[in-house]
Ligand binder design. Structure first.
Ligand code: MLT
Ligand code: ZN
Length: 451
């Protein structure tokens, strides 16, 4: 079947207005947020619901056309954009699946479409007197489907876990066009393989997620935030430990460096600590106020801290403005490496990356989710011709000290060549077997994950 014939068929399924082919319109769907990953697609197809999604998948599979599922296109590893190798591909944009069911307050659960933003899940939960356990800076663009596909983590991972931990159920279209639906708001349901958990982190390579039944959590009505100056990450971890040992509930614990704080300051954010602070840790606690947190920090001999009752938007802005400030400041697409380090290796790793970056003539800005050992290494001004070399050097260092090459952003296209640094041969073979079983023709997000 010709591509033109397929696109005409798909227009019958979703309506002609939702099969986009004008390059001026489709280029935004084919380029990732960082501008580093660009692909090619014959069309962007925008189904309205699960039935249309299933029909689109069935027809593409019959025609042998690859499918790149996409949510808010806020991913940072090139996993949401089509391949650049010219194979016939459509981008399957899921942003029209925006249904939000009534919140089931007794079961603390809500069913939503894949195109609902994380911010809209939070608002639905709060309106029902509850909250959603995942939060991230891109909350108003990132969609539930994309966040599940990447198993996104975010700032409250330390308390509630990532997207996988929020899944009570899932709805997804298989390459056969059949709809897999597990949709019961049960906390314990141990019948066979954890398929929702498998689809979390599958990066669009196993099925197209159309909806999810999400766990909700009680609201945190009282909280406090401190930005604490520390000499090194180890001292930051010691302060976090002191806060938890004092009985406060840790809601977030984020690492920043002098270079990152200087950068967000240059991009307009007021300082909370004096310039020259080598590291800073943002700590948020739940169920306590600024006075309670100040007392615990004094007990832990912290001498420089800015403290406020939650939501403390100005303190959080110091952390949340890192990503956009980095993107605006770099002269080339930022090389973003999201990593986990064993707690004891963090300080030495930061120093090693600074050395590697100096040797490569690039600017490093590091920040991340300290309590999870999750560091976001951002390399600015990297000549695109050297992006792979510098990535290789950093990822090999991570593997050498027992860390993970992907903490919460996924593997995508960015890290696919290094999959073997993160998983051994038996593990990769088992993943390949799963991929073959669910997508025998290799049509779902080819090139992503490197399987
Ligand atoms: C964050 O923690 O802000 C996100 O993972 C985004 C990023 O790494 O830039
Ligand atoms: Zn992050």
């Amino acid at each position: 079947m010709t591509t033109a014939r397929l696109l005409a068929d798909l227009a019958e399924v979703v309506g002609p207005a939702h099969v986009l082919t004008d390059p001026a319109v489709t280029s935004a769907y084919c380029t990732d947020w960082t501008g580093r990953w660009r692909g090619v697609a014959q069309a962007v197809v925008r189904p309205a619901d699960t039935a249309q999604t299933a029909e689109v998948v069935r027809r593409c599979a019959a025609a042998g056309v690859a499918i790149c599922p996409q949510g808010g296109n806020t991913g940072l590893v090139g996993g949401g954009v089509p391949p650049a190798d010219g194979r016939p591909t459509i981008v399957l944009s899921m942003t029209r699946l925006t249904g939000v069911d009534d919140v089931d307050v007794a079961a603390r659960a809500v069913g939503v479409g894949a195109g609902v933003t994380i911010g809209d899940v939070q608002r639905a939960a709060v309106a029902a007197g509850l909250d959603f356990g995942v939060d991230l800076a891109s909350r108003d663009s990132a969609t539930v489907g994309g966040a599940i596909a990447t198993n996104a983590g975010g700032i409250h991972f330390v308390r509630y876990g990532g997207m996988r931990a929020q899944l009570l159920g899932i709805e997804a279209v298989l390459t056969s066009g059949e709809v897999l639906r597990r949709w019961r708001p049960l906390r314990k349901d141990n019948v066979g393989y954890d398929l929702p958990g498998l689809l979390a982190g599958s990066e669009g390579t196993l099925a197209v997620i159309t909806g999810a039944l999400l766990r909700l959590v009680p609201q945190t009505r009282r909280g406090a935030v401190a930005v604490v100056a520390v000499q090194d990450p180890a001292r930051g971890l010691a302060v976090i430990d002191a806060v938890e040992r004092a009985g406060l509930t840790l809601h977030a614990a984020e690492l920043m460096t002098e270079a990152g704080l200087d950068l967000v300051h240059r991009h307009g954010q007021r300082r909370a600590l004096p310039a020259g602070t080598p590291f800073a840790v943002l700590i948020e606690v739940a169920g306590a106020d600024a006075g309670d947190l100040a007392a615990v920090l004094a007990e832990a001999s912290v001498d420089d801290a800015a403290i406020d009752d939650s939501p403390a938007a100005d303190l959080w802005a110091l952390r949340e403005r890192h990503t956009e400030s980095i993107a605006r400041d770099s002269t080339t697409p930022v090389v973003k490496l999201d990593l986990t380090l064993p707690a004891g290796a963090l300080g030495a790793f930061v120093a090693t990356v600074e050395r590697l970056a100096a040797a490569a003539g690039v600017r490093p800005i590091m920040f991340g989710h300290l309590a999870d050992g999750n560091v976001h290494v951002n390399l600015l001004d990297v000549d695109p011709a050297h992006a792979e070399d510098v990535t290789d050097a950093v990822l090999r260092e991570v593997a050498a000290v027992g860390g993970s090459i992907s903490a919460e952003h996924g593997v995508g296209r960015a890290k696919a060549p290094w999959l073997g640094l993160g998983r051994d041969a038996v593990d990769v073979a088992a993943m390949r077997a799963i991929k073959r079983a669910l997508d025998p023709a290799g049509l779902l997000n080819p090139g992503v994950l490197g399987l």
